[in-house]
Ligand binder design. Structure first.
Ligand code: GDP
Length: 462
């Protein structure tokens, strides 16, 4: 991800601050110069960068002056870091909360944007996102302008196992949109995504059509799909669309491929419209939820506990009874190998491993290395290993795999470990590692005391 470069540069600047023996004007200026250069490189508007620089300076000076006698160097460093963090957040924060789809309601989302920006792809990604979180989701293809648009929707929706509606014969996009939404409402779909036609450029005809479709389907949220490669020009495009179709949120696509992504995000924030997701690749799961503070936190390598919590809560809403049962087991320190395996499977269902892992604060960077396939393969191996355990072993706390000495401490592995290794086509060592990981997680979850057990256990790992 190109943003990782920006993150690295910002990180490098902040760590040079840590190395400085004293924090004076010279150090602060040098640090701000580095931060600003990194932002300009990602196409953030010069004026916004200048504002950030002067706001940080004013804040830092005010704090230094008010606490001059007491402030130790470490405090001064924290003051600077916090001021930079807060101003980076302000840079990407439009100060407006987006619409959030509600369970048990019809949530109609209409996607608009220029052709080629990734609208159709993003509609399927959105449907997959909400479907995974327990919303019955579907897509209506009201793009009659581009030949092959319906075929594209049909193929990607079929691949994603999402319901879709469209027509090869009907040429009126307003009629298709209305029919599709009515049909899916009747079938009690909860998230209904309407994909509209794009054009090569902003044309009166496109805006007129958007307004008509909007009137016909009465969307709860209209989302503008913007391509990150336009950088700070995103501001003009977003304003032009806003004048015609009053959209409530933006998704910036192709963040994976373009160095100007930071510019696009900050430009959009300047138009007071919330960005809800970032498109980060061509796969259906390449969609990252966006919210200002967690975004900056993740960019600076500080994790995204909020994002992780939301993921866990999404899981809880999907199967509240099971999650309650799990929380009780955790509280009582009774997490079995079977329960642990279920949690691993849950994490695997949430999305690419690297995305989930990057939300966990304090996780050693080495663990994030390797491709998602590597991460998923590692997790799948853990599952294979548990698949070779007997039912009684799965329901245990791992003790059948150990022989214990008189003092109650484990002294040796039992024959069961060899059997599981043979059965799963792995080595004794790998089985041993899986058991060890299970024990660590179970004991930490117990200490964390239930509630958000797994999450808290992970937080405690820091
Ligand atoms: P539409 O004309 O706006 O509906 O655009 P499409 O959905 O057809 O997408 C145009 C191209 O952009 C396709 O090749 C997509 O695979 C690609 N695309 C869409 N979103 C992303 C993204 O987030 N990252 C990358 N790298 N490519 C994307």
């Amino acid at each position: 991800m190109v943003l990782a470069d920006l993150g690295r540069k910002l990180n490098a600047a902040l760590s040079s601050l840590n190395r400085a023996p004293v924090v004076d004007d010279k150090v602060l200026d040098a640090l701000l110069k580095e931060v600003c250069a990194a932002l300009l490189e990602t196409d953030v508007n010069v004026k916004l960068v200048q504002q950030l620089r002067s706001k940080v300076k004013t804040k830092v000076k005010a704090t230094f002056e008010s606490t001059a006698d007491k402030a130790k160097e470490t405090n001064r460093k924290q003051v600077v870091q916090k001021a930079i963090f807060d101003e980076l957040v302000n840079l990407v924060d439009p100060g407006v909360e987006p619409y959030k789809p509600k369970k048990g309601h019809f949530n109609v989302i209409m996607a608009v944007g220029l052709q080629g920006n990734g609208k159709t792809t993003t509609c399927t990604k959105l449907a997959v996102h909400y479907q995974k979180r327990g919303f019955k989701s579907c897509i209506v293809c009201a793009d009659t302008f581009r030949a092959g648009a319906f075929d594209q929707t049909r193929q990607s929706a079929t691949k994603a196992k999402v319901a879709y509606f469209g027509s090869y014969t009907e040429t009126d996009p307003v009629a298709i949109a209305a029919q599709g939404v009515a049909k899916f409402k009747k079938e009690k779909f909860e998230v209904i995504i309407v994909d509209t036609s794009g054009r090569h450029k902003q044309e009166g005809e496109l805006f007129e059509e958007m307004v008509q479709i909007g009137n016909a389907v009465k969307p709860d949220m209209t989302v503008l799909i913007l391509d990150a490669s336009i950088g700070q020009a995103a501001e003009a495009q977003s304003r032009a669309f806003k004048e015609s179709a009053d959209f409530g949120a933006i998704i910036v696509t192709k963040m994976d491929g373009h160095a100007k992504g930071g510019g696009a995000i900050s430009a959009v924030a300047a138009t007071q419209t919330p960005i809800i997701f970032l498109g980060t690749g061509e796969h259906l799961t390449d969609l990252d939820r966006f919210s200002p503070q967690p975004f900056i936190s993740k960019l600076l390598g500080l994790g995204d506990v909020q994002g992780l919590m939301e993921h866990m809560q999404d899981l809880a809403t999907q199967n509240p009874d099971r999650q309650k049962e799990m929380a009780k087991k955790l509280e009582e320190g009774k997490l079995s190998i079977r329960d642990w395996r279920e949690q691993i499977q849950n994490v695997m269902n949430l999305g690419p491993i690297s995305k989930i892992a990057s939300m966990i604060p304090g996780l050693p960077q080495e663990l994030l290395q390797g491709s998602d396939e590597d991460g998923a393969a590692r997790m799948r191996r853990m599952i294979y290993i548990t698949d070779s355990m007997t039912s009684a072993e799965l329901d245990s706390d791992g003790s059948p795999f150990m022989e214990f000495g008189k003092d109650g401490k484990p002294v040796a592995l039992t024959w069961r470990v060899t059997r599981v290794a043979r059965g799963s086509g792995t080595s004794v060592r790998e089985v041993e590692e899986v058991l060890c990981q299970y024990r660590v997680m179970a004991s930490m979850a117990k200490q964390a005391g239930g509630k958000n057990g797994w999450l808290q256990a992970m937080q405690k790992m820091q």
